[in-house]
Design a protein around this ligand. Sequence first.
Ligand code: NAD
Length: 338
Amino acid sequence: AAGTGEKGSVTLAKTAILVTGVAGFIGFHVASALLARGETVVGIDIVNDYYDPELKHARLNQINDHPAFRFVKMDVAEAEAVKDLVLEAGITRIIHLAAQAGVRYSIENPFAYQRSNLQGHLSILEACRAVEGFEHLVYASSSSVYGDRPLAGDGFSEDDRVNEPVSLYAATKRSGELMSTTYSHLYGIPQSGLRFFTVYGPWGRPDMAYFSFSEKIMKGEAIEVYGEGHMHRDFTYIDDIVEGIIGVLDHPPAGGKNEIYNIGAHQPVGLMEMISTLETALGREANKIMRPMQPGDVTTTYADVSKLKAVTGYAPSTPLKDGLERFATWFKGYKGLN
Ligand code: NAD
């Protein structure tokens, strides 16, 4: 791991860490955890309105007063501005999470993905290239790069073929991985790409099923269950994700390489089981309307996490029941439903 200076059992680096997408679900949690272990964090986000910007501001309000945190409102696709900030702040480690997320939205709004995910990723790579002694870029990829595959075997492995993305979102995430491989090859930038598997938890994303279902269930509205309820997702609790990200940050690959890791729960759950667990957590029953698969959706996600485990000791530990209970408690508080 990079850095000098001991504080407790944690080795502190001398330099600030840049977190992109810091007003987002995962970025906010990562920044909070980094601050808690004594790091200095520079966070950027465009705070777009893909979902309620109030939620993004509310997340930022949780960390804005921290003396070791600095927020800069910035579009990650603005390459010159990003590079200037990185050089000015003395950044040598970046956690790049800013992106246009969402599979279904990419059908209607393809160019949002071009800007945030393709140009944005390239802009981060160019900033890394400009830093002398750059230490580590950790960036977000997605389980969606695996395409539509059946639930079989021991999970999707990083060595599996990933040539058939079924949404533009997935195609841009895979493109980011490829651009990263090229930049590692050309410039020896140490990088770790993390393929996240359906992350959920407090301060989560209103566009994701567990969250939008909760809103409808609490209002007594019907929920639309896509894929006739036959989908499986490897739901992964946010704290397990944050632990994995920070574990990876401390393990830059040797030789300036780009390593790809799955980061998931290794515990696929059927959509109907997720809904009944959510009903219990919320203490209300859902009125379900069955709907067919949506274009761009995949039937299954299932992470083989042995590679990440071998490198960082990653061991996701939160059962869906506990995670959804914690989400439900936060959700009711945030919505004033207590
Ligand atoms: P999120 O939408 O909550 O956070 C992304 C943040 O990036 C948002 O706050 C948004 O305003 C910001 N952003 C978008 N475009 C930007 C731009 N051009 N410049 C600056 N900021 C910009 O999503 P999240 O769930 O926190 O996801 C974080 C990362 O993880 C993303 O790269 C996403 O693709 C990836 N991911 C998430 C999941 C999941 O289940 N949550 C699964 C797979 C991959």
